[in-house]
Design a protein around this ligand. Structure first.
Ligand code: GDP
Ligand code: GDP
Length: 451
């Protein structure tokens, strides 16, 4: 099961993003764990090792937001103030609001002052957490943080939970209201993330797309556009390409470079509805490509795969590419694939139909009646294998949400993974679901014991 299975479905609108920033050791990871209620353990820092998980689904008072933990970089590197400034810049460019964590016991350091400069310039809402205020005695230290000039410091103890509820209330106030599922009208242009390794042709693709028709932002009603996004007219409609600044900007090589690239990719996927994974068709499919695919699946986003540089693909390469696709892309056999040459614009017009198809699959809803007659047929066709003298049965199913399609199956016992895969495969054969991951959740009905 992928990780979004475990959560209640969240609204499909753009979920607001909160970035957590601060120096190493101020307690960011502890605070993130506290906010998540330890539902998902944040991996401990191993110096020099970057974490894969950067963003987490958080909930408070019935509202959902995405928490981006920027703490996963090597704190031993030289030029820490510079690195922290860079971290803060990326965080503010990606997030709707920033949670700035300061160690109240240590007080304001030079690195903190650097961060303040960035935050002031960005003009995004900032919530200031004065951490490690474990008791009333330390509270006075928190007051000293008024001197940062960022407004009220909120004293908390990430370790013990002190003040964290109040802090979350303040965070929700700072974040924009996400649109609810009943109110999808204002969702605005479709949000697309172009993702892929360096040099696969992302910016070439974006340039070709944007070159066609660049939209003047003011002309699109009801949209506030993040400066890092770009609105592009394609196929008579406006699309929002997420974090194009990250694609266009050639980030300087530095030791944190790869981590920042991953941070951008991961956040762009979270903010998007559909991801376009650009692959260099001339090169072998790499582990990094698969890692991005996994991130798209885990985030539950729609997916289109674009094999770029098709002008460089000859018969022989084609032969090997087909084998690589069989081997490395089996998990996403459902994703529409297009072959393009971004450099010349060849087949670029195939992108919009592929995006449409993927988004349609992503938002497909199957009625409860149709679903259960399908499940009935399916169980008759192939019952679950007997396990330890018992045979788990699917009693009833319902589609809990779309975007991505999420199904809840009520069963008399835990279903095998193999049987789950069978159900998913048959669901796709029957209802389409092109371009989208499918989530299956099981609710096992407890049998009452006979007396
Ligand atoms: P990060 O590097 O900013 O992610 O910091 P961590 O979350 O890893 O915390 C660094 C250290 O500070 C750990 O030893 C934590 O246990 C400790 N710590 C975090 N929050 C608190 C707190 O509220 N009070 C105290 N006393 N220690 C804390
Ligand atoms: P990005 O790092 O993913 O944004 O990749 P770029 O768009 O900067 O492209 C990397 C290199 O690949 C550049 O030299 C491009 O000119 C080249 N490139 C991009 N698309 C194509 C293509 O379709 N065919 C060929 N032959 N080269 C391409």
């Amino acid at each position: 099961m992928s990780e979004y299975d475990e959560h209640e479905a969240v609204a499909s609108g753009p979920i607001p993003v909160l970035a957590v920033i601060g120096r190493p050791n101020v307690g960011k990871s502890t605070l993130v764990n506290r906010i998540l209620g330890r539902r998902e353990a944040v991996v401990e820092d191993i110096p020099g090792v970057t974490r894969d998980r950067i963003s987490y689904d958080a909930h408070w008072n019935g509202r959902a937001f995405t928490l981006v933990d920027t703490g996963g970089w090597d704190p031993d590197a030289k030029g820490m103030a510079e690195r922290i400034r860079e971290q803060a810049e990326i965080a503010v460019s990606l997030a709707d609001a920033v949670l700035f964590v300061v160690d109240a016991v240590v007080g304001i350091t030079d690195a903190d002052a650097e961060v303040v400069k960035v935050l002031r310039r960005a003009g995004k809402p900032v919530v200031l957490a004065a951490n490690k205020v474990d008791d009333e005695r330390t509270e006075a230290e928190a007051h000293a943080l008024w001197n940062l000039g960022l407004g009220e410091p909120h004293p908390i103890s990430a370790l013990h939970g002190r003040g964290s509820g109040d802090l979350l209330d303040v965070i929700l106030e700072a974040l924009p209201e996400p649109p609810t599922e009943e109110d999808p009208v204002d969702a605005g242009p479709r949000r697309v993330a172009i993702v892929g390794r360096p040099n696969v042709g992302k910016s070439s693709l974006l340039n070709k797309l944007a070159g066609a028709e660049r939209v003047v932002v003011d002309n699109v009603a009801g949209t506030t556009v993040d400066p890092v996004d770009e609105l592009v007219e394609l196929g008579d409609r406006t699309w929002r390409f997420i974090d194009t600044a990250g694609i266009r900007k050639r980030v300087k090589e530095s030791s944190g470079h790869e981590y920042y690239a991953w941070l951008r990719t991961s956040t762009a996927i979270d903010r998007a509805e559909v991801a376009v994974l650009v692959l260099d068709a001339e090169e072998s499919i790499a582990e990094q490509d698969v890692r991005i695919l996994q991130a798209v699946r885990d985030a539950g986003r729609a997916l289109v795969i674009a094999f770029n540089k098709w002008d460089l693909v000859d018969e022989e390469r084609r032969f090997y590419l087909e084998r690589e696709v069989e081997r490395d892309l089996v998990q996403v056999r459902w994703a529409p694939r297009i072959n393009i040459t971004a450099r010349t614009g060849w087949h670029i017009d195939r992108l919009v139909p592929a995006l449409d198809k993927a988004l349609e699959g992503w938002e497909t809803r199957v009625g409860t009646g149709a679903l259960n007659s399908f499940l009935g047929r399916l169980v008759a066709e192939r019952p679950h294998p007997v396990r330890g003298g018992k045979q788990p049965k699917v009693l009833f199913g319902t589609q809990a949400s779309t975007a991505p399609p999420t199904f809840v199956l009520f069963t008399s016992g835990k279903l095998d993974q193999g049987y789950e895969r069978f159900i998913e495969r048959r669901l796709r054969e029957e209802f389409g679901f092109v371009g989208t991951p499918i989530a299956l959740q099981q609710r096992v009905r407890e049998k009452r014991k006979r007396r």
